[in-house]
Design a protein around this ligand. Structure first.
Ligand SMILES: [Zn+2]
Ligand SMILES: [Zn+2]
Length: 222
């Protein structure tokens, strides 16, 4: 593996181009904005005592828990962006490994990546969530379990308030999941609207518990 990475990246750090034995040098790795401190177990936003936050109490999401390992700020955003839009697929292994440090991979029955629309998958050639999920837990990866039942405009192009409506009913499950515990993997969680709809589809198929495993979390401006 090191040999392959060395060939791809010439033994230099993806971020600072300094000498590195892996994708990132030790200094850049240490600089990653890892999330620390108490968070809401349900949505992974800050919560002073690590209790379920007010938002989740007043408007409970369909997912049961969220684990996010990085804040979506520099340089985590640069890594996610390069994986998503520049085809730097080796970064999926790096981000998947960081995610693995925050989750209990044995606690779920299946791992499901957030699906892309067929159209976007054709244009991009890969789904970054599948690539990250593959790095996290290949033996439980089930990329055909959840599909987009209709195409939707990209969430990132929409204001927060419209995101929920945009993805409502956009996903469906292809199998019965009675009593199962499912992890949903994505690169970035912003409003959680997409993950909420995926969870709704999984629960409609019988899933008992749905947890989100996301590499990076954005935080609402308040
Ligand atoms: Zn570096
Ligand atoms: Zn919350």
């Amino acid at each position: 593996m090191q040999k392959i990475l060395g060939r791809l990246f010439g033994g230099s750090c993806f971020l600072c181009r300094g000498a590195a034995g892996a994708l990132l040098c030790a200094a850049c790795d240490a600089d990653l904005p890892r999330l620390a401190g108490p968070r809401c177990p349900r949505c992974a936003l800050d919560s002073p005592r690590g209790e379920v936050c007010g938002r989740c109490l007043s408007d409970a999401p369909r997912y049961d828990a969220t684990v996010a390992v990085l804040a979506y700020e520099f340089p985590a955003d640069a890594l996610v962006h390069a994986l998503k839009f520049r085809g730097e697929l080796a970064l999926a292994g790096l981000l998947g490994n960081i995610l693995l440090q925050g989750i209990d991979a044995l606690s779920v029955d299946r791992v499901v990546p957030v699906p892309l629309s067929a159209e976007r998958l054709r244009a991009r050639g890969y789904n970054q969530a599948v690539e990250i999920a593959r790095a996290v837990m290949p033996s439980k990866l089930d990329s055909a379990l959840c599909v987009r039942s209709r195409d939707t405009p990209a969430q990132m192009d929409l204001p927060d308030a419209e995101r929920r409506r945009n993805v409502r009913g956009a996903f469906r499950c292809t199998r019965d999941l009675a009593g199962q515990s499912i992890a949903v993997v994505d690169d970035v969680m912003t409003t959680g609207a997409t993950l909420n709809e995926v969870a709704a589809a999984l629960k409609a198929a019988g899933a008992a518990r749905v947890v989100n495993w996301v590499v990076a979390r954005t935080f609402p401006q308040s």
